[in-house]
Write a protein that binds this ligand. Structure first.
Ligand SMILES: Cc1cc2nc3c(=O)[nH]c(=O)nc-3n(C[C@H](O)[C@H](O)[C@H](O)COP(=O)(O)O)c2cc1C
Length: 396
């Protein structure tokens, strides 16, 4: 649904990752440096593997942009693999004479076993190369373009780490995003940040890994993105799909989410009150348990999404598996691996939320040039919010 769509291609150790973005309006300022900042944020975080230090990702814009502005044609970008030289034989496009060693011991918790079965191949590398979360670098680059678009409408998207293992932040009234950006684990609370880092150190020393929860918050979203009229137009459904598609994400909740199941209806709903004059809307909500979405549509409150990230499945002390060549017991394959990816997953969560919201904005406001989309948006905000007009006439 909607005009904004994208595809990514590329293997983890291949020549590079590619993304093709279709449907972005003309006239949006965008640069490789802007995209690079987002890629850098994805690569940061305590608990990542050394690979993150080798590869400082940079996306080269190949098409769709001229003199710093999008031109409405598909935007394509390439993120080169900085260590391609080391891999050019193992991942050669052309046939090679020397046979490379096959990986035959599937890791539990990975695409390995289902993948080799489904695609009828006997080397797990053919599966893990694409199943790797390396692909999310391309998604973050696409998300950067989407974020730049949302920025034009005053929509901002942030994320922070709620928990790592058993270390959890309390419900915070307000979040200092500058602090989060400086935190090695993207934690808003200095005390909990230290506990989280210690937990990662402990897991690393034991050859283990840790999961956790990240939260993404989008502010400034206008009322009415998505729709109640068709299931695939429901904004919450689109967000859940996008966030759930991040590798290692095992649960998604919007607003109070799972906690809603155990509270009373009288406590769960966000009471609507008349707002004082001068606000953008003639109402205000006392709480935001709905997480900014009611009936599949944005309701003007911040959109709040949380995701549960499982502990990384590649362990320093590999788990038990079998060798698919012999059918005998063996240790699962070990590939250089992260210990905890919750902070990075949060940045990816921001990117996918930016993509969904961009699609929903273009669905609602349309346009082929940014000026046209902005004009449609301003018209809606100033005169089409029906209750706004109604309230204004009553107050005269
Ligand atoms: C940013 C990021 C980095 C990841 N790095 C690793 C890693 O180094 N090792 C690993 O085993 N899994 C890693 N994962 C998780 C796997 O990609 C994921 O668990 C696996 O592809 C199986 O998919 P599933 O967990 O969604 O079923 C990472 C995930 C993310 C989001």
């Amino acid at each position: 649904m909607g005009q904004f769509r994208f595809l990514t291609a590329g293997e983890s150790h291949g020549k590079g990752l590619v993304a093709v973005i279709d449907g972005m309006v003309a006239g949006l300022p965008i640069s490789e440096d802007y995209i690079a900042q987002e890629l850098k944020r994805r690569q940061a975080g305590y608990g990542r593997s050394d690979r993150m230090k080798i590869e400082q990702d940079k996306a080269e814009l190949i098409s769709g942009v001229r003199h710093g502005l999008t031109i409405g044609s598909p935007i394509s970008l390439l993120i080169r693999n900085r260590v391609w030289e080391e891999w050019q034989e193992a991942m050669s496009i052309d046939p090679i004479r020397k046979k490379t060693e096959s990986i035959t011991t599937p890791r539990p918790g990975h695409a390995d076993l289902a993948g080799v079965t489904k695609y009828s191949v006997d080397d797990i590398r053919l599966i893990l190369e694409r199943a790797s979360a390396r692909e999310t670098a391309a998604r973050v680059a696409v998300g950067a373009v989407a974020r730049k678009f949302l920025d034009e409408f005053g929509i901002s998207v942030h994320s922070h780490t709620v928990s790592i293992g058993k270390r959890r932040t309390k419900q915070l009234k307000s979040i200092d995003w500058r602090r989060v950006e400086k935190s090695a684990v993207r934690c808003a609370d200095a005390r909990v940040e230290k506990l989280m880092m210690a937990a990662i150190d402990e897991a690393r020393s034991k050859g283990d890994t840790l999961g956790g929860v990240f939260e993404v918050i989008a502010s400034g979203v206008p009322v009415g993105l998505g729709s109640h009229v068709q299931c695939d137009r429901r904004l919450n459904g689109q967000i859940a799909q996008a966030v759930m598609s991040i590798p290692a994400v095992k649960g998604v909740e919007i607003g109070a989410g799972f906690a809603m199941a155990s509270i009373k209806g009288s406590e769960a709903q966000d009471v609507i009150q008349a707002a004082s004059r001068g606000g953008a809307l003639p109402w205000r909500r006392l709480t935001n348990n709905a997480g900014g979405i009611e009936g599949g549509m944005s309701n003007g409150e911040p959109i709040v999404v949380r995701a549960a990230v499982k502990p990384i499945a590649t362990l320093g002390k590999p788990l038990s598996s079998i060798d698919l060549g012999t059918g005998k017991k063996a240790e699962a394959h070990y590939e250089r691996s992260d210990i905890c990816v919750v902070p990075a997953a949060g940045v990816i969560g921001e990117a996918v939320l930016c993509i969904v919201l961009t699609n929903a904005m273009l669905d609602k406001f349309g346009g082929d040039h940014l000026k046209e989309t902005l004009a449609n948006y301003k018209n809606y905000i100033s005169s089409a919010y029906p209750l706004n007009r109604y309230a204004a006439s009553k107050r005269k």
